[in-house]
Ligand binder design. Structure first.
Ligand code: SF4
Ligand code: SF4
Length: 200
């Protein structure tokens, strides 16, 4: 009966109006720090949020957890001259385990003997087919392929990533996945030390 006279609509408009004013009140209480700061985003996602609580994407982004997975990337280390050293040995394990078979690898060959060498000449991932499962990263024995956090990948064409597009530094990996990188670096250092000890 009430709704026949539009009272429900008025109540709804009242809620919107309340939120409208609360947004400005909360902005004043937070002195402009409610936006584009980690604390502000967390506050607006909490139970005490008043006024506007949506994330103002793309100016603001919700931080992703360390285990967040998007398209994989290839990790390279830098030598003392700053030259890229790809960790990938083109062993092909990642391509074998990839469920939708969206990884293609071409091995390099020794120019004098023509025999394959453990270095990728080409490494391609069809990012439109990749289902972000992370199996390639799980199975790689060389910590050479890892799952990226970059989810802003929209484009107007097929997303077939070559080695240049896929390569990212070990420092970037340490930045996005600090806990994993620390654990793996410790393990690799211990392994290298034990190899050096055996060689003596
Ligand atoms: S990324 Fe890892 S598993 Fe894939 S080819 Fe390179 S070394 Fe092998
Ligand atoms: S994340 Fe999964 S689907 Fe994507 S390339 Fe790796 S194994 Fe293939």
């Amino acid at each position: 009966m009430n709704d026949m006279f539009g009272k429900g609509i008025l109540r709804g408009l009242g809620v919107s109006l309340k939120r409208f004013f609360e947004t400005y009140l909360d902005d004043l209480a937070w002195m402009g720090k409610r936006y584009r700061t980690d604390e502000g985003i967390a506050h607006r996602g909490g139970k005490d949020a008043r006024g506007i609580f949506t994330v103002q994407y793309p100016e603001e982004k919700i931080p992703v957890p360390e285990e967040f997975r998007c398209v994989p990337f290839l990790v390279y280390d830098e030598d003392i001259n700053g030259l890229k050293q790809m960790r990938c040995t083109s062993c092909g394990i990642c391509a074998k385990v990839c469920p939708p078979q969206c990884i293609w690898i071409v091995r390099s060959a020794d120019p004098s003997t023509g025999r394959p060498i453990p270095d990728p000449a080409q490494f391609t991932i069809d990012a439109d087919i990749c289902m972000n499962c992370g199996l390639c990263a799980e199975f790689c024995p060389f910590d050479a392929i890892k799952m990226d956090h970059d989810y802003e990948l929209a484009s107007g064409m097929r997303n077939i990533y070559n080695m240049d597009r896929l390569s990212k530094s070990a420092k970037y990996y340490e930045y996005i996945r600090p806990v994993n990188a620390k654990r793996e670096n410790t393990y690799r250092a211990a392994k290298a030390a034990s190899r050096a000890e055996r060689a003596e």
